[in-house]
Design a protein around this ligand. Structure first.
Ligand code: ATP
Ligand code: MG
Length: 349
């Protein structure tokens, strides 16, 4: 019996156009081995769409996406269009409309990938709150341009919002090494962060097998570099999670390998899978972009769609390809994007 999945594909800009086809090829290959068929629907949204229509996606873009099982995204954004357009015109509306309140970022040292922490084993997952917190539209500026100018930006944390992301993170930790570290800053941010701590502690009461730890985000950032092996699952607010996941990705090696999932854990809406890196205009069009972050994001998608075995096989295959020396330039090799994809396919067993 074949499982069919309808996937919306937004390859987007720059190297998104190169790494997405590479990953699609790998997903088709692993799917064929496990009775999984993908119907890929390509949507040409992103910067070209913005130039032609003044928007990153069509007015009814969210309605279109709602009909798919998942969204597979490359990268959107180019240097001459402000980042804020990309974020608020595409990424944030999608994350919110589909209640993708978990941003999942696994971080692991990979075979053959040089890391600034050479020889240290990193194996952790960052769970970033993806729908609320510090990224709000509430606030404004007054007395603009004057010496008395004031800018105010409010954070919004809801009990429901913190509880659901904490619950997801605790459940994830329960299935791993049983350690959940919560990033806080309750010594400096005196309303929202004590609330965050309180709600996380309350959730942990339901997970007796999980050890909870609360760390100030500044100390946690330093500790991630000095003692990465101390972490299993880290749960953090939108802003803290954003910063910590870039940091963790960098210490694990290239940003080109880092995957992410924007999850709606209940499966009521489509989840979205994208590499952590951007459109990398400096290397776009050369065929040398590292496709591992996109392929690994594809493995997260397989897992979320209920195909854990196929997902694990795809991960094993790209690890084997890396170990055999087929690596792109960013991680010290000479292989092209297409050669890496071919090696991953050849390693599917
Ligand atoms: P954005 O604003 O879209 O996040 P950016 O320029 O801030 O873009 P990236 O596009 O991630 O960030 O690029 C950062 C650096 O990492 C660039 O030098 C880029 O070439 C490199 N890089 C990013 N992704 C890859 C990849 N998949 N393969 C190789 N190098 C990459
Ligand atoms: Mg950037």
């Amino acid at each position: 019996m074949t499982a069919r999945h309808r996937i919306a594909v937004i390859a987007g800009d720059g190297i998104g156009q190169e790494v997405v086809p590479a990953a699609v090829e790998c997903l088709d290959a692993v799917g064929a081995r496990h009775g999984i068929a993908f119907d890929w629907h390509h949507l040409d949204w992103g910067s070209d769409h913005y130039r032609a229509h003044g928007r990153m996606m069509p007015v009814d873009g969210l309605d279109t996406l709602a009909g798919y099982d998942a969204i597979f995204l490359g990268a959107v954004g180019v240097p001459d269009i402000p980042d804020v357009e990309t974020l608020w015109g595409l990424l944030i509306p999608i994350r919110r409309a589909f209640a993708q309140y978990v941003n999942l970022r696994p971080v692991r040292t990979l075979p053959g990938v040089p890391s600034p922490l050479a020889g240290r084993e990193i194996d952790l997952v960052i769970v970033r709150e993806n729908n609320e917190g510090e990224y709000s539209e509430i606030g404004g500026r007054i007395y603009q341009g004057s010496a008395d100018e004031i800018a105010i930006q409010e954070s919004v944390f809801t009990r429901r919002g913190v509880e659901r992301v904490a619950r997801f993170a605790a459940g994830l930790a329960a299935g791993r090494r049983g350690l959940l570290t919560s990033a806080t800053k309750s010594n400096g941010i005196v309303h929202t962060m004590p609330f965050w701590d309180e709600v996380v502690r309350g959730v942990l009461a339901d997970y007796p097998g999980v050890t909870g730890r609360q760390e100030l985000v500044d100390a946690l950032a330093a500790s991630l570099v000095l003692h990465p092996e101390r972490y299993d699952v880290i749960v953090a607010s939108n802003l803290f999670g954003d910063i910590l996941s870039d940091l963790a990705g960098a210490v694990a090696g290239s940003i080109g390998c880092a995957p992410s999932g924007n999850l709606n854990p209940e499966g009521k809406h489509p989840s979205m899978f994208e590499p952590v890196h951007g459109s990398a205009p400096d290397i776009a069009g050369k065929g040398i972009a590292n496709p591992i972050g996109q392929i690994w994001s594809g493995a997260l998608m397989l897992d979320t769609l209920g195909h854990a075995e196929a997902a694990a096989e795809l991960v094993t295959a790209f690890e084997a390809a890396l170990e055999s020396g087929v690596r792109t330039r960013d991680i010290g090799g000479t292989a092209t994007t297409a050669e890496v994809a071919a090696a991953v396919r050849a390693n599917l067993t």
